[in-house]
Each structure stands twice: as structure tokens, then as C-alpha cells.
Ligand binder design. Sequence first.
Ligand code: GAP
Length: 509
Amino acid sequence: MSQKPTIEELAVFCKKKGFVFPSSDLYGGLAGFYDYGPLGVELKNNIKQEFWKSFVQSRNDMVGIDGSIISHQKIWEASGHLSGFSDLLLECPKCKTKQRADHFIEEKLNIPADGLTTKEIDELIKKHNLTCPKCKNKLSDIKDFNLMFPVKLGSQEDSSSTAYLRGETAQLIFASFDNIVSTSRVKLPFGIAQIGKAFRNEIAPRNFLFRLREFEQAEIEYFIHPQKKDFPYKINKALKISFLSAKDQESKKKAKELTFEELIKIKAMSEWHAYWLQEIISWFISLGIKKESLRIREHTKKELSHYSKATFDLEYNFQDLGFKEIHGCADRQQFDLLQHEKHSKKPLGIFDEESKQRVIPKVIEPSQGIDRAFLTFIYEAYDYDKSRENVVLHLNPKLSPIKAAIFPLLSNKTELTKKAEEVFDLLKQEFKCFYDDSGSIGRRYARQDENGTPYCITIDFDTLKNSTVTIRDRNTTKQVRIHIERLKDSLNKLLKGEGKLEDFGRLIK
Ligand code: GAP
């Protein structure tokens, strides 16, 4: 196993290379906010594109939307976010240090504390004599802290001018359900997807991109007929995954390796949950995440969100943090549509041709954090290569920010730089390319290894004689010589994973 960085080390690497910077860095930063830099925005866009391609473009049971970020207070009243979307805040009565109560308990007592009530936390504090980490004073004050961000609209000062930054992208799908259904000819079962920003006033943003106040979600609300039992999809019989049930967590047992078929058979989850988790896991694996680094963990009763009947998190093993949630898949049942129907006093639902009735569908919600996916892909790809003495980012080429770097062997030979510019012009329409003529060729390769660029193309003196260039593979450092005429086509195939480098040219010894 390659040596993995800590999350802090990864943050330093991301800043140094231009993937991600602390936002407002110039003024000392702003906790929970990050800016994606030149390489980061490419990687993040590629993740979003791959998500959309897999879950919207390539399916005929899915449509997409892009809802507004600021939304009506009534949406969040109906969804339960204004009353029930909060964390417990622990404030020291003396020095006023504020912290998330469950995180404080987890850190001090090394026990899971998600979902503990105010009373339970208070009892634990008393039992273990826990004091303020800053001033050592007795701790007592625990209160609910709502995570929604209010914003004031226009010049009115009264409460009707309060709107909210959306706390999840999901609600915009539910609130627009009627408009979507009446315009897109969808039939149950079907899904509505959305990728976009969400905002939560987290008490303690931490662990780099893991817990942010402004983040991005890729959410699918998948609508299912409330009565029909038919299930149209195939369950993968071969894919085994580590699974930790709520019961096994309570009795402190370890995770078990099971197939999705087995999970359905033992009634650990519904077919719909199994199907969506298998699709998301397969997506992660197809883009380079090792199955062994993933596990499914069922929410215990205490942890369940107010809208969920059952939730399963997909967790990734960040070695210094342990298993952490990167995706949540909840069974929201009819909760949201019924709530919006009640609060808006307008009928919501879909007409069922068979029963000739309007039905309110049930909902399974695969919810993916894009920043956590970014963190997962870059963490998994990160490898310090001792022999090269530099980091190599083994990103799947589909995700790589730059697909090909183009180097003239020497920067002071006009014939070489001119030819290299021609090659750059040839490829730039199709792929994100990078032209670099500064420093030794070894240094230039190392820089691209650290950027995760899968292929480097060098223009040398042979290029001037016979129009051939070399292509170097990031993972193996192997090089082949290939005619410029075949370059675009060969790169296209290589980036799609169709063949090995040596299939496309003469290997250079
Ligand atoms: N609509 C359901 C929902 O929002 P969630 O478990 O609160 O459920 C879903 O969030 C996903 O969004 C998480 O699995 C995570 O990937 C991402 N996410 C949630 N809160 C986040 C935060 N503060 N910072 C970064 N990502 C976050």
C-alpha cells in the first residue's frame, strides 16, 4: 500500500499545486469556505460531468434541473429544515468557546455520539467530569443550533423578506416537482437529478473539504410508485461490499462482506436501496476507487434525519480519519411531497395511467457530496513515488485536469517551439492541454505527475525529421514514438482506456 498523506498534508499539497485554496486567504481565510484553483476547477468539473453522464445522460428514466440557490422560506418550513435541521451546540459559560456537542463527546470519550439528545450529552459530561478544553471551566450550556443560512431580500425589514440559502439541493426538486412532471413526460419510476451548491452554517467546519459551510451536492430524487412492487433493475450478484448494520454497531460487531443480493435476501435493505448503492459504488470503482476502501454503514435509529425511514452511508477509509461518509442514500418515502402539498395547499403527485389516479410517489435519494468525491478521488490517487522523488497523482484520465502536456525538448530552439505550438493547436480543440517549455524535461515530467496528467508529448529533433513525437505514460513512465497524424486518435483511445500505450507506437528502450 502506498503511503497516504494526512488530510492536513493533502490540503497543503492542494494549495501548493493550485487545486484548492482557503477562500479569502488574503484576509486570513474564512472557516468552512474554499476556492478551487486552476487545476481544482478542472478536476471538479470532470467529476460533475462524469456523474451527469452516468446518472442522467445515459439513462432514459432521468431528467435534470438547476434550481435557484436562494429559496422561499416556506420551502424550508415545509421540509422541516427550519425546525429540525440543527446540531447541538455546547457553549462554555465562562470563556464562551463554542463547539459541536457530539464531536466534543466523540473526541473526549471515543464513542459514536451522532444523534445523542441534549439530556444524554449532559449526563455524559457530568459522568466523565468533562470541562471546557480552553479554560477548563465546567460545561453546562447545550442548545439547538439551526444550520440554515437566512438572507434578507430587497429593502423590506420584516420577516416576509427572509429567504434561505438552500441547505440541500433536494428541496428544489420537490418544490418544482409539479412543473417538472407536467413538462417532461416522465413515467414512474423515474429520477430527477441536480448538481449545485448547498449551504450549512456548520458549528465546526473541519478536515479540509470534508465539512464545509458552502459545498456542492449531486442529488437524485428517485420516484417510485407507492403501491406497485415490481422492480425493473438487475442486482449485481458478484459485487461484494463491506456492510455495517445498525444492529452490529450497537453490539460493537465488525462489518461483514456481503453481495447486494445477500443484503436484500437477509432484509438488510430494500431492492431500491441496494440498486442505488450498487450504482454509486460501481461509479466510484469505475473512476479509480478501490472497493476495499469503501463500506456501507446503516444509520442507527438515533441518527436518522427527520425525513428518513432508513439511510445507508457510503463511507471511504481516509487512513488518518478512519471511515467517513462520502455519500448518503436515504428512503425519504412520501415525506417531502406530502409536506409541500400540505403547506402549499396545492395537489402534488403524478397521474398513474393504470389506476387512473393521482399518486404521491415514494422517494429513494442517492445524495453525493461533490467536494467529498473530490477529496476521495485525489486522496486515492495520491502516491509519493520514492524512485521519482515526487508525488504522482494516479487519477483516472477521465478525471485528470489536464489530459496532455506538450513540451518542446529545448526552449531556445525556435524550430522545436514552433512545432510544439502546432501540436498544441492540433490537440487543444479536443482535450485540455498544457504547453510547457521551462525547465529540464525531467522537471516538466515531475510537475505533470503531480498534476495527474496522464500523457506528456515531447517534440524533439526527430520530430523535425520525420514528424514523430514521443508520448510518455504517467503511471509507467514508458514512452512510445508515434506519427503526429495518429496522435489525436491515439490519445482519444488512450484516454478512454482503449488499449495500452505500446499498442499505439514503437516503445522507446
Ligand atoms: N438531501 C440529503 C442530504 O443532504 P446529507 O447526508 O446531509 O443528506 C448528503 O448530505 C451528502 O452531502 C453527504 O454524504 C456529503 O457528501 C455532502 N455533505 C453534507 N454536508 C456537507 C458539508 N458540511 N460539507 C461538505 N459536504 C457535505
